[in-house]
Design a protein around this ligand. Structure first.
Ligand code: PXL
Length: 435
């Protein structure tokens, strides 16, 4: 996953382009940076700012776009009209989603966007964007309206959307009194309100952390509401983790993104590009799952809501990753994990005697069950076949299985399941038997 941030430099590295790079890394993404301005600031004071020339902003953007595939773009600090026009010129026809984070003032009060740049910001950058992420003060400034209630937040979100951006999230931040903070998302035509406990931590970098993590989640292909949810969670954790590095404000410290999700999504993309993998994808298609440690239910297992489907020689992902997204493969992993807790990941492949022979010849531990032997009582109960089959297959095992297969039953497709400690481990086993 490759993400471009177009933003200002913050030498204290809490916010701005340096903060964005740290957030992207936490999500396992590669971050590219186009610097629009250089600031000098620390956790107590803001000293100076100078924009980078518009020709240099343009050529930085071109240098990235002509060489790399980009999945999403974040735009942060844009100091003046010239910068805005340069960015618009280069991104006017871009297809990738743009996450626009309006940045008008630094946490310590420095001016990060000139007053006379606002009209170009509204006219040129807002319509280019997939989503804009103002806090209440920034939303007031863009819309020209005061926000005093949740209703005002919704009206202002609609007004900003009319400027030409598809989606708007207004972060309530610390502007309402009371124990809860509310964020309003206008997701195309639908409103979602998110609430969380007020964090009493004045920090430097929280805003950038939110928009950069939202960008990473959108780049991953998450649905907007889920992307916002994940970004909020990540930001709250990173703010709770803020540390006093300088003598002023605490600096946001990024926690790791959801490791389960990033390693699973990484393994799934590798799986899809294995040579002729489509020959190993069954009729019912493939799911790939990864559970949290000590899982207790399907909700603790992440899998695809859809499937990995055959498309020509390769596999293509249809659907999003979600906890509880898989039923069959996830329940097989849960059942193995009850006995062998090191097993947390699994995948299903098409049954083929050659694949089984190859696995045995490579020294893998292979076990099986016979669906025809399933007791009738068990068959009648929904969702009981897989746990029964897996527990039967592992009953006499002393060490975890690499593979469990069954040869099907009337109207039931035969199947191979491959298990491992994590998605990388499963992928390594797949590569041994499909090549
Ligand atoms: O957090 C917003 C922000 C963005 N970009 C730069 C900043 C700040 C806040 O201080 O300095 C460069």
């Amino acid at each position: 996953m490759n993400i471009l941030s177009i933003a200002g430099s913050d030498p204290s590295s809490g916010a701005g382009i340096q903060g964005d790079m740290k957030t992207f890394s936490a999500f396992g993404a590669y971050g590219f940076s186009v610097i629009t301005a250089i600031t000098s600031q620390n956790t107590k004071n803001f000293f100076d700012v100078k924009p980078v020339s518009s020709s240099l902003v343009k050529s930085q953007i071109r240098s990235i776009l002509e060489d790399f595939h980009i999945d999403a773009i974040k735009i942060g600090m844009v100091y003046d009209k010239q910068t805005i026009r340069a960015i618009h010129h280069e991104l006017e026809n871009i297809k990738q989603p743009i996450i626009l984070d309006p940045i008008f003032k630094s946490t310590t009060g420095g001016i990060l966007q000139k007053e006379n740049a606002l009209s170009d910001f509204k006219k040129l950058l807002i319509p280019l964007s997939y989503i804009i992420t103002p806090n209440v003060t920034e939303a007031e400034k863009i819309s020209g309206n005061k926000i005093r209630s949740l209703g005002d937040m919704k009206n202002v979100a609609k007004k900003i959307q009319k400027l030409g951006v598809q989606n708007v999230i207004i972060k309530g931040g610390h502007f309402f009194s009371g124990p809860m903070v509310k964020d309003v998302l206008l997701d195309d035509k639908k409103f979602h309100v998110f609430a969380h406990n007020r964090l009493k931590i004045e920090n430097h970098g929280g805003g950038c952390t939110f928009s950069a993590s939202l960008c990473a989640n959108i780049a991953r292909g998450k649905r907007l509401k889920n992307a916002v949810d994940s970004a909020r969670l990540f930001t709250v954790e990173s703010i709770k983790n803020a540390t006093k590095i300088g003598s002023g404000l605490l600096i946001t410290r990024h926690v790791k993104g959801d490791e389960i999700e990033s390693s699973l999504s990484h393994a799934i993309s590798k799986f899809c590009s294995i040579d002729s993998i489509s020959e190993h994808i069954p009729e019912c298609q493939t799911n790939f799952v990864y559970s949290s440690s000590n899982p207790s239910s399907l909700k603790d297992v992440m899998g695809l809501e859809g499937r990995i489907v055959r498309t020509g020689e390769i596999g293509t992902v249809a659907g999003n990753l979600r906890y509880g997204g898989s039923k069959h493969v996830a329940s097989a992993v849960l059942e193995v994990a009850k006995k062998f807790s090191s097993v947390r990941s699994g995948v299903n492949l098409k049954y083929d005697t050659n694949t089984i022979k190859k696995a045995i010849s490579k020294g893998m531990k292979v076990s099986s069950y016979d669906r025809k032997e399933e007791p009738l009582e068990n068959k009648k109960k929904d969702g009981h076949t897989v746990p029964w089959g897996i527990s039967t297959a592992i009953a006499s095992l002393k060490t975890p299985p690499d593979i469990i297969f069954h040869r099907g039953d009337f109207g039931k497709e035969p199947m191979i399941l491959i298990f491992g400690k994590n998605p990388e481990d499963v992928l390594r086993k797949i590569l041994k038997i499909v090549r």
